[in-house]
Write a protein that binds this ligand. Structure first.
Ligand code: ADP
Ligand code: SF4
Length: 694
């Protein structure tokens, strides 16, 4: 395989101040839900990106001082010298294959509630802390002494970053999260001193801090400014103001790193944002500065990357999610292995790991954040064990990943799927409004397995116990999926509710199979709270239905706060004219109406309806597994039988791919018994030292 010469430009080195990046693949800072709590897990995750060929690799947000921290979100700390060793290991890992190592330094100001450090938050202008969680905390306005302190804290962080071995410092002023943006923006800067008022004044702190960075690091480290491309609202730091600022201070940093206004905008899901969505906001900025420009856009297509560079929009292709989904993206482009690229599907499950304080996972790259914890690698398979043959039943995300990984390890794999099409749930969900990228989960895996001589795939092959036992395989995996319930049972109703059989009731599976309500007015009950309810509401509206969206939650699709989609979903439903009924749930379903109960007061109301769609919960499809369990498998030469994915416990697609990977990884491994299945680090205890009140 050879690379198209068209793509050569992506591999031309470029200077960033005193440093030179080996290519144009720039992994912008991104969180991972592990941060300071899981230092070695993060180090190995970044090392994998170095191995995969990235030219520049950054840490996640690194908090420079305890007077500004964003607990419960877990990022990095650089609070004192004791934080240096973990970050030094990170820098060493990033540089292990010739990448430049970058650290993103953040002071969160109005964005940091300090729930852990208990310090009074300091902000450019005081006021309630602006976070996702509406903490009942206000920040104090910084006076001149505080600003001097803050400059000193930044200088300390520069010194420590230098000592830790980083090549680049990124000053965080984007997404509403960093104090540099708070200074620049009239929304958050109400000051009347020399740090407030006109743009020159609002940019003063930025200029001072960049000067401090150069002085402290003796000009040896490159400085990047990560700036918001367009902060919304009448007082926000707009795209026009950003352009004015860059025109005034084009040479201030060594590189401009441009990211959309809010994190929600910058990291939009594929449902709402296409690849290269920020192009319009970035276009023309390069002409305002002699320094290189990096921008993001969920870039996975080398052609799209090349176009950005050749048309003078960007110098570096910034990527967070595409680098998570495929840490080897640069190497694959370099080697012309285009079909091997594991494209990000834009689902933001990775983001949800950070939002929930859990360690992040990726739907596509099942090894993400397991590189150290479990020794998984995104590309290199574990060597094969002593058995030879495996049978995987069901080609949904779980079965496809299991078959692919077992195939890579060298087992003789038979994959049997009842339907003609492969992909299970993603084969159907990819046809729903906005979800076409979900199909990449199936496309990548089927594409990878196609040339593998040791993997045989049987379509249209619904398996039963006798077929299975007759195959003489050593390991049997059931990844037979689940189906949606057609009743109200989920979180609120743990038992079904009285329902008149005359009312037509539909499940998401019905709608996905093209069985649509005949009547006009449809009640959609969502006690699932992820994407399916709102996606089906969109589908129904597109088919001409009038939709009443009923949910017991305080907002629609409430779990999508964790994928940064909730507000966009709400806007979309309102735009579509969907009638939203919050804090309500059906209590009884009549032949032409639904009786709703308020989840707080119990007050009832009547909703006329010609059909009801239940988006509630799913039943595992485990019949075959239960039947097999009752049989004498050992006698048939079977060494193991396992049930995974939605067939074991329905969950998001990422849970299923993970389960598939895990099964394949653990084939022929000695049972661990009660031992922990992953490595973790426990904080070192300091020597005991009691404080006695006097
Ligand atoms: P998961 O998300 O766990 O991968 P899916 O529901 O997406 O689950 O996929 C399960 C797949 O298993 C479906 O494509 C379904 O057609 C297939 N399947 C279920 N039962 C059988 C069976 N007995 N034989 C072969 N395939 C089956
Ligand atoms: Fe992309 Fe989803 Fe993986 Fe995040 S979790 S990197 S959005 S595929």
């Amino acid at each position: 395989m050879t690379r198209s010469p068209q793509h050569d430009i992506l591999f031309t080195p470029l200077k960033i101040g005193p440093k030179t990046a080996k290519n144009r693949f720039y992994q912008v800072p991104h969180c991972n839900g592990g941060g300071y709590r899981d230092p070695s897990a993060v180090v190995e995750m970044r090392r994998t990106k170095a191995e995969g060929g990235w030219g520049v690799i950054f840490t996640e947000q690194t908090e420079i001082h305890p007077s500004s921290e964003i607990t419960p979100f877990i990022e990095q700390h650089l609070w004192d010298d004791r934080d240096i060793p973990a970050l030094a290991r990170m820098a060493e890992a990033m540089k292990s294959h010739g990448a430049l190592a970058g650290i993103q330094l953040a002071y969160s100001g109005i964005n940091g509630p300090n729930l852990y450090s208990r310090e009074v938050p300091l902000a450019v202008s005081g006021g309630p802390i602006l976070t996702f969680t509406s903490d009942p905390v206000q920040a104090r306005t910084m006076d001149r002494e505080d600003i001097r302190d803050l400059r000193r804290w930044f200088r300390n962080a520069f010194r420590r970053s230098h000592e830790a071995g980083f090549d680049l410092i990124c000053l965080y002023g984007a997404h509403g999260f960093g104090i540099l943006q708070h200074f620049l923006s009239r929304a958050t800067n109400h000051r009347t001193d020399e740090y407030g008022g006109n743009l020159e004044n609002r940019g003063r702190f930025l200029r001072e801090v960049v000067e401090d960075a150069r002085e402290t690091t003796k000009g040896e480290l490159a400085v990047s400014l990560r700036m918001s491309l367009n902060e919304a609202g009448p007082f926000g730091f707009s795209n026009a103001e950003l352009r004015d600022f860059i025109e005034m201070h084009g040479d201030l940093p060594d590189i401009w790193d441009l990211a959309h206004g809010t994190w929600e905008n910058c990291s939009g899901t594929s449902r709402f944002k296409p690849e290269a969505a920020q192009e319009e906001l970035v276009q023309g900025i390069k002409a305002l500065t002699s320094k290189p420009v990096v921008g993001v856009g969920r870039f996975t297509s080398p052609d799209a990357m090349v176009r950005q560079i050749k048309s003078g929009i960007l110098d570096f292709i910034g990527a967070a999610r595409p680098s998570i989904a495929d840490p080897f993206l640069p190497q694959k482009v370099e080697q012309g292995r285009y079909d091997d690229i594991r494209e990000c599907i834009g689902c933001n499950i990775c983001v949800s790991g950070d939002m929930t304080g859990a360690i992040s996972r990726c739907t596509q790259n099942t090894a993400f954040m397991e590189e150290w914890r479990k020794g998984w690698h995104p590309e290199r398979p574990r060597t094969k064990g002593h058995s030879q043959s495996v049978l995987v039943i069901g080609a949904g995300p779980a079965g496809l990943e299991a078959a692919l990984q077992a195939g890579r390890r060298g087992y003789a794999v038979t994959l049997a799927e009842a339907r003609q099409e492969l992909g299970g749930r993603v084969a159907r969900e990819r046809l729903l409004p906005g979800l076409s990228a979900w199909g990449r989960v199936a496309d990548y895996r089927t594409g990878q397995m196609a040339p593998m001589p040791n993997v045989e795939i049987y379509r249209d092959s619904p398996m039963e116990t006798l077929d299975i036992l007759g195959m003489g395989v050593e390991h049997i995996l059931l990844a037979t999926g689940s189906h949606w319930r057609r009743d109200a049972v989920a979180r609120l109703h743990l038992h079904d509710i009285p329902t008149d059989p005359a009312m037509p009731i539909y499940s998401p599976d019905d709608l996905m199979a093209g069985k649509l309500p005949e009547g006009l007015r449809v009640t959609l009950y969502d006690d699932d709270h992820f994407y399916m309810g709102s996606v089906l509401a969109e589908l129904l509206v597109a088919k001409g239905n009038r939709v009443d969206f009923v949910t017991p939650a305080v907002k629609v699709a409430e779990w999508t706060d964790n994928t940064l989609e909730q507000a966009t979903i709400m806007r979309r439903l309102l735009d579509l004219g969907v009638e939203i009924h919050l804090n309500k749930a059906p209590e009884t379903i009549g032949k032409d109406e639904v009786t709703l109960g308020c989840t707080w007061s119990g007050r009832q109301s009547i909703l006329p309806a010609e059909a009801v769609v239940m988006v509630t919960s799913r039943r595992p499809e485990d019949r075959l597994y239960q039947e097999l369990r009752g049989m004498d498998l050992a006698n048939a030469g079977v060494k193991s039988l396992k049930l995974i994915g939605d067939a074991a416990a329905p969950g998001p697609i990422a849970w299923a791919t993970y389960a598939g990977r895990r099964w394949a990884e653990e084939l022929d491994q000695d049972p661990l018994g009660d031992a922990l299945t992953f490595r973790r680090e426990i904080a070192d205890l300091l020597p005991e030292h009691r404080l006695t009140p006097t």
